[in-house]
Design a protein around this ligand. Structure first.
Ligand code: NAG
Ligand code: NAG
Ligand code: NAG
Ligand code: NAG
Ligand code: NAG
Ligand code: NAG
Ligand code: NAG
Ligand code: NAG
Ligand code: NAG
Ligand code: NAG
Ligand code: NAG
Length: 347
């Protein structure tokens, strides 16, 4: 009896235990609540530590990546580019660009010296052509204007500058890149080291296509050795580039060989249409022998020299020599115009 009662009690106890274990979720919740209220400080510390680790990771690992990414995604659009006051080993650069920055951040980049590279068919040339001191850049979203003016740059590599001038004068489009290392500041965040590497593609002068001459007058009574030809060279420049080439002499040839030359003094090409006075000496006998039956002559015009303050600018001379222009000149018309001009001056 006694043993039976105790076994019944044990059974009831087991039953209660089982029920309690079925009701475990409520019990666990209560336990957790109790645990939390007792160890709330531990949880707070753990939360703070995790928060701190995430924040530090973001600031010291994520932020530099985000900053570099923002710099990599930004692009430079060249709106003005001027190469003035050249010497055989230097050129004065002025440049205005729009920096397009898709990043929502508006960081500041420290001034740095950028290497300027010619990019041919998407590939960097082996060495930079110029080193360009870049100003401090405050990159706004979505874009900001940056300009440098009157930087007297020493030509770092003459071959590269010659290749660049060739690309600029002969090609429809030119690509150049600026590279360098600098520091980026964004508010109170730590300073980030940045690799700057930005390629821009812009219009070149497209072989000076559309070149023409207007108002050409031949003075058949000019003393030998003196200019007997004058007129205007018409040169369209589809690019945003201004370039001072100095006193440029061009050689004119026909199937009979060299028939003369023409010089454009202070030849500075600006964006748009350029009409520049020229004068030259032509061999009228050779021209007469080169005429076709309609009184036209086809002239091949190639650069011979580009001289600025007495110095040969070989980096412009080479492209001007290779960029041969072809011009059909109506010599009968020129002669008629010349007679009319002579009549006007004599009357
Ligand atoms: C670049 O590509 C063009 C056409 O795709 C080609 O005519 C030219 O020779 C190439 N230039 C170089 C340097 O490879
Ligand atoms: C940026 O330059 C462009 C010309 O390229 C000019 O029209 C514009 O007003 C300039 N913007 C600022 C904010 O200076
Ligand atoms: C630019 O610097 C060179 C020396 O590197 C000098 O010969 C030239 O006269 C300077 N140009 C100007 C416009 O000052
Ligand atoms: C710049 O990036 C191009 C690829 O886009 C790479 O070929 C070139 O070597 C890089 N130049 C520098 C100086 O980092
Ligand atoms: C060059 O100009 C003359 C007028 O001076 C014009 O008759 C001729 O069509 C022009 N040639 C070209 C290729 O534009
Ligand atoms: C042609 O040349 C002669 C001799 O140099 C000069 O006297 C005359 O004024 C010139 N005529 C024109 C129209 O330039
Ligand atoms: C142009 O040609 C004439 C005659 O051939 C020559 O005397 C003169 O030196 C040449 N001018 C230039 C700048 O080369
Ligand atoms: C340049 O001249 C051409 C005609 O020869 C004309 O169509 C064009 O609008 C001119 N461009 C500028 C910028 O004046
Ligand atoms: C002469 O040359 C001009 C320009 O190249 C051309 O338009 C003309 O048809 C030629 N005349 C003859 C008779 O070949
Ligand atoms: C071009 O030649 C003229 C006359 O010889 C000279 O006065 C001028 O200084 C020269 N221009 C340049 C940029 O050298
Ligand atoms: C120029 O004057 C001469 C006579 O001096 C005349 O024969 C000729 O027709 C005139 N030419 C023009 C285009 O006026």
């Amino acid at each position: 009896m006694d043993s039976q009662g105790s076994s019944e009690k044990r059974f009831q106890a087991e039953e209660i235990e089982r029920r309690e274990s079925y009701a475990a979720p409520a019990g666990f919740g209560q336990k957790a609540k109790r645990h939390c209220s007792r160890f709330w400080w531990l949880h707070l510390i753990i939360f703070c530590v995790i928060f701190l680790i995430v924040a530090l990771l973001l600031v010291y690992v994520g932020m530099p990546k985000i900053a570099q990414n923002g710099v990599d995604k930004s692009t430079i659009e060249i709106t003005q580019l001027k190469f003035l006051e050249p010497t055989s080993e230097s050129v004065v650069l002025s440049q205005a660009v729009i920096l397009h920055s898709p990043s929502i951040f508006t960081p500041t980049l420290d001034p740095f010296t950028a290497a300027s590279w010619l990019v041919t068919n998407g590939t960097f040339n082996p060495t930079p052509m110029l080193m360009i001191p870049m100003p401090q850049i405050h990159a706004l979203h979505p874009q900001s204007n940056i300009s440098v003016s009157n930087l007297n740059l020493t030509i770092t590599n003459l071959d590269q500058v010659t290749d660049y001038a060739t690309a600029l004068i002969t090609q429809e489009e030119v690509s150049t890149a600026l590279t360098g290392k600098t520091k980026l500041h964004e508010g109170k965040l730590p300073v980030v080291n940045i690799n700057f590497n930005s390629t821009s593609t812009y219009k070149g002068m497209n072989g000076l296509k559309g070149f023409n001459v207007t108002g050409v007058i031949i003075n058949s009574t000019a003393t030998p050795g003196e200019p007997n030809l004058k007129g205007f060279a018409y040169i369209p420049n589809p690019s945003v580039i201004t370039v001072a080439l100095g006193n440029v002499t061009l050689t004119m040839s026909t199937a009979k060989g060299v028939v003369g030359n023409a010089t454009i003094n202070d030849m500075t090409l600006v964006p748009g249409n350029n009409t520049l006075p020229m004068s030259g000496i032509i061999d009228q006998t050779l021209i007469a022998a080169s005429l076709n039956s309609s009184g036209f002559v086809t002239l091949s015009i190639a650069g011979q020299s580009a001289i600025y303050n007495g110095q040969h600018l070989t980096y412009y001379e080479k492209p001007l020599m290779t960029n041969v222009l072809s011009l059909d000149m109506n010599v009968l018309q020129v002669l008629a115009d010349s007679t009319a001009a002579a009549n006007k001056t004599s009357s």
